[in-house]
Design a protein around this ligand. Structure first.
Ligand code: NAP
Length: 255
C-alpha cells in the first residue's frame, strides 16, 4: 500500500485542520507531495511543515480564498511552479452558517454557496487544465450526509447536494483524459466544525458527540482519518475505474 501515490502532487483546500489536514497527511503517507491551501495561511504552513517532517515528502502551505477566482488561479500557478505538477485536487474547504429558513439571511446563503460550490468549481476548472496536460487526474469533492436534507441547513444541504452533481458531471466530461471525479459524503466527524456547531446550540461538544453516536449504526462518531482513508483510495490508481460516485462515510447508510 505504501507509495501508491508516489510521484503525484495533491492540493487539499481548507487543509490547515480537520478533515483536510488528515487527508493531506494520508496522501503524504501514500507518497504524494502536498499543497495545503487555506484562508488561514499560517495554519496551512504549519500543517504542511508537520506533514513534511512526518512523511518525508515535499509539502507547502498557501493562503488562499477558494471563493475568489483570481486567488484560485494564483494558487494553482504557485502549486505547479513549486511542486512541478497538479495531479490530485481535494475540494475540502467549507463553512457552515446554519439557520432555520425563516431566519436565514442572504449573507448566510451566499457565503456557504460561494465557498462550497463556487470554490469547488473554480478549483476544478483551474486544476483540470494541469491534469488534462498530463492525461491523469483525481478530483474529490467533500459532500456531506446533509445533502440528504438537514434541519437548519438549507444553504449547506443545497451546496453539498450540488457538489455531488458537480462530481458526476466532471466524471463524464473529464474521463477521456484519465481524470476521475468523485464525492465523499461524511456523516458526523469530530472536528472544529462540529464542535463549533455544538457550542452554537448551547451544548457541551463531548456530550453532544456521545448523544449523536447513539444514532450511528457503528455507535461512534467519525474521526477525520475515517474520511481521509476513503479519499486516499479514490485518489490512487486502485480507484481508476471508480468515477462519478458518491461514497457516504457515515458509520451507516445515512449520517
Ligand atoms: P473545519 O475544521 O472547519 O475546516 C475547514 C477548513 O476550511 C478551515 O481550515 C477553514 O479555514 C477552511 N476554509 C473555510 N473557508 C475557506 C475558503 N473560502 N478558502 C479556503 N479555506 C477555507 O471543517 P471540517 O469538519 O474539517 O470539514 C471539512 C470539509 O468536510 C468541509 O467541506 C465540510 O463541509 C465537510 N464535512 C464535514 C463534516 C463534519 O462532520 N465535520 C461532515 C460532512 C462534511 P478558517 O478556519 O480560516 O475559516
Amino acid at each position: 500500500m505504501a507509495g501508491r501515490s508516489a510521484g503525484r502532487v495533491a492540493l487539499v483546500t481548507g487543509g490547515a485542520r480537520g478533515i483536510g489536514a488528515a487527508t493531506a497527511a494520508r496522501l503524504a503517507e501514500d507518497g504524494a507531495a502536498i499543497a495545503i491551501a487555506d484562508l488561514d495561511g499560517a495554519g496551512a504552513e504549519k500543517t504542511a511543515a508537520e506533514i513534511a517532517a512526518a512523511h518525508g515528502v515535499k509539502a507547502i502551505g498557501l493562503k488562499a480564498n477558494v471563493a475568489e477566482a483570481a486567488a484560485v488561479e494564483a494558487m494553482i500557478t504557485e502549486v505547479v511552479a513549486r511542486l512541478g505538477a497538479l495531479d490530485i485536487l481535494v475540494n475540502n474547504a467549507g463553512i457552515t452558517r446554519d439557520n432555520l429558513i425563516y431566519r436565514m439571511t442572504d449573507e448566510d446563503w451566499d457565503s456557504v454557496i460561494d465557498v462550497h460550490l463556487k470554490g469547488a468549481f473554480l478549483c476544478a476548472r483551474a486544476a483540470q487544465r494541469e491534469m488534462v496536460k498530463r492525461g491523469w487526474g483525481r478530483i474529490v469533492n467533500l459532500s456531506s450526509a446533509s445533502a440528504l436534507g438537514n434541519r437548519g441547513q438549507t444553504n449547506y444541504s443545497t451546496a453539498k447536494a450540488g457538489l455531488q452533481g458537480m462530481a458526476r458531471t466532471l466524471a463524464i466530461e473529464l474521463g477521456r483524459y484519465g481524470i476521475t471525479a468523485n464525492a465523499v459524503a461524511p456523516g458526523f466527524i469530530d472536528t472544529e466544525m462540529t464542535r463549533q456547531t455544538a457550542i452554537r446550540m448551547g451544548r457541551d461538544p463531548e456530550e453532544w458527540k456521545a448523544e449523536v453516536a447513539q444514532n450511528i449504526p457503528v455507535r461512534r462518531a467519525g474521526v477525520p482519518r475515517d474520511v481521509a482513508n476513503v479519499i486516499a483510495f479514490l485518489c490512487s490508481d486502485d480507484a481508476s475505474f471508480v468515477s462519478g460516485q458518491v461514497i457516504y462515510v457515515a458509520g451507516g447508510p445515512r449520517g
